[in-house]
Design a binder for this molecule. Structure first.
Ligand SMILES: [Ca+2]
Ligand SMILES: [Ca+2]
Length: 266
């Protein structure tokens, strides 16, 4: 009996660890950390959920950085490297994204994202609570040529690009991203979909990677804000509706890898 209990406890712990993704770095104010974001790294693949519900093969887990909740947590990024969209194509997409627009549907409780480039580096903030089944916040839209400093909402996927103002300009002003006060997690990854304009998916045919440097500073002293229970209650509301919507989307879309490859898209 004792052995069985211990085994079950160990198995549960292993499952919890696996659900958090392939990699989890802790980052403190004043620190800089490095990560490799592959073309296959779906921003939507968090807490063990499928990050490619639109099809096109399996994605890899979003890269996780954990940090202490506080007001004034400001992240900055430097990203370099190249990916490609669809196998057999030369690596030609920088962190700011490729030369056509996108309108990618959200998944797993995270918002959609649209903009005038495709497969850019993106991020999203969460708490330690899995957003799956919750109502995603409004979608953001970005313009590569007109980036701005942002204060994204929890679960609101946002454009990072190379982390600097202007298109493919590493000398451009550093962009700043202020985390929600109760956020404890930053995920980074890329974003993709069939034709860049449907339910997120089609990561498996991407090649290459971005080298990303992530820095955290706190501009509000040692804020030490406490996560708000009210936020948890809000996330629990509407679980059913969002789940039903996601299932409906999965049924409608999945044109298949062969169709996708022939189109030479996404
Ligand atoms: Ca840029
Ligand atoms: Ca792709």
């Amino acid at each position: 009996m004792m052995r069985k209990t211990m085994f079950l406890a160990a198995a549960a712990a292993a499952m919890l660890a696996a659900a958090d993704g392939a990699r989890a770095d802790t980052i403190a104010a004043g620190d800089t950390a490095a990560a490799t974001v592959f073309g296959t790294t779906s921003i939507y693949q968090i807490f063990g959920h499928n990050g490619a519900p639109g099809g096109g093969g399996a994605a890899t887990d979003a890269i996780l950085f954990e940090f202490a909740a506080a007001s004034g947590n400001v992240f900055t990024f430097d990203a370099t490297g190249l990916v490609d969209c669809c196998g057999g194509v030369n690596l030609n997409i920088p962190p700011d994204g490729g030369n056509s627009g996108m309108n990618v549907g959200g998944a797993n409780g995270l918002s959609s994202l649209s903009g005038n480039a495709n497969i850019p580096l993106v991020g999203v903030f969460t708490t330690d609570a899995d957003p799956f089944g919750g109502v995603a916040p409004a979608a953001l839209s970005f313009d590569v040529a007109n980036p701005s400093s942002l204060s994204p909402l929890l679960h609101q996927v946002f454009y990072i690009g190379d982390g600097h103002a202007g298109e493919d300009d590493p000398l451009g002003a550093q962009l700043t991203f202020t985390a929600p006060t109760n956020a404890t997690r930053l995920y980074i990854g890329v974003i993709d979909a069939f034709s860049f304009s449907s339910t997120t998916g089609y990561y498996a045919d991407n090649d290459g990677s971005f080298a990303v440097s992530v820095s955290l500073a706190n501009d509000a002293g040692n804020g030490g804000a406490v996560p708000e229970p009210a936020a948890w209650a809000l996330m629990i509301l509407g679980f059913g509706a969002a789940g039903a919507s996601l299932r409906a989307q999965r049924r409608r879309q999945d044109p298949g890898e062969g169709v996708h490859a022939a189109a030479g898209l996404s």
